[in-house]
Design a protein around this ligand. Structure first.
Ligand SMILES: Nc1ncnc2c1ncn2[C@@H]1O[C@H](COP(=O)(O)OP(=O)(O)O)[C@@H](O)[C@H]1O
Ligand SMILES: [Mg+2]
Length: 275
């Protein structure tokens, strides 16, 4: 497939954020995924007033996360703040005591993670997000497990987005570098043609160059109309590409604004961005 036909590659490597952000191109690729019913007006993802935890004690307290269509929302905050817990709650891996999750206007709070995938959610967890003994290609095939149609074109699109994965498609994912493994994990999630892609620390343990490269690819995915909800330790760099940023502290929203506004906020800088 040539780059021209690939919705992910309509403007590869373009660093001009003014044209890489809101709205994105409305391509055919993401439209096929998921069956969430559209409800014009609200945010694409509305996870609102989420309260809950793993046992008796709540970790999340009235936590709200929203993402508009084709936009990038980034969650930052200290270790143990509940960022991963919030992602699990959005994905249905945590029973909520309060709040709801709506995708494209449809209340999906009661759905299992698998049913949420069918509705158009893709989730890349923080750990154990590839099958190390399986090849790159087998990992991608696993990602398509819910699909009954021909996913070859989607796999081509993933290989076009991450060309190194095509070169290494017969290699065990466990033999790849950390950055390449993260590409496999993201690629696997894209195989279900999600409308919302959730990434928990996709750049953990990779070099700054690899991080920049991965962020560029994530921007490309968003430009195809897919919404992104991402947790990041590299807070500054992630907020640079964020349409919306959330600072989470002790399971609650502390600051919410555009990425640029959070980066410019002296209080946020001093407390959460190291000055
Ligand atoms: N499976 C679990 N069972 C019980 N407590 C957990 C579990 N996972 C995380 N926690 C606790 O929930 C809190 C938030 O953790 P987490 O969501 O992983 O934070 P973050 O991702 O922001 O670092 C921490 O106090 C952590 O110890
Ligand atoms: Mg975490």
């Amino acid at each position: 497939m040539s780059g021209k036909d690939n919705p992910y590659k309509d403007d590869r490597g373009n660093k001009d954020r003014s044209i890489t952000r809101p709205g994105g191109g409305e391509m055919d690729f993401p439209k096929k995924g998921g069956s969430a019913k559209p409800a014009p007006g609200g945010p694409f993802l509305a996870a609102e007033n989420m309260t809950g935890g793993y046992g008796a004690a709540d970790i999340l307290h009235d936590c709200t996360l929203t993402v508009d269509k084709g936009q990038i929302a980034v969650i930052v905050g200290p270790n143990g703040a509940g960022k991963s817990t919030a992602m699990k709650a959005v994905f249905g891996m945590l029973a909520l005591r309060g709040g709801h999750v709506k995708l494209d206007g449809e209340d999906i709070t009661a759905l299992s993670p698998q049913d949420r995938v069918a509705k158009g959610m893709g989730f890349v967890p923080q750990t154990n997000n590839v099958f190390p003994s399986m090849t790159v290609e087998e990992n991608l095939e696993m990602g398509a497990f819910l699909r009954h149609d021909d996913f070859a074109r989607t796999m081509d699109q993933v290989y076009d987005l991450f060309p190194i994965l095509k070169d290494k498609r017969r290699q065990a994912a466990g033999e790849l570098s950390g950055g390449q493994r993260q590409q496999v994990a993201v690629g696997r999630a894209l195989m279900t043609q999600p409308k919302l892609l959730m990434l928990d620390e996709p750049t953990a343990g990779v070099s700054p160059i690899v991080m920049d490269e991965l962020f560029d690819r994530i921007i490309e995915v968003a430009r195809t109309g897919i919404s992104i909800l991402m947790v990041e330790q590299n807070a500054r760099q992630a907020l640079e590409i964020a349409d919306r940023g959330y600072v989470l502290v002790q399971g609650a929203n502390r600051y919410t604004d555009t990425g640029q506004a959070l980066l410019a906020d002296p209080e946020v800088r001093r407390t959460f961005l190291g000055g």
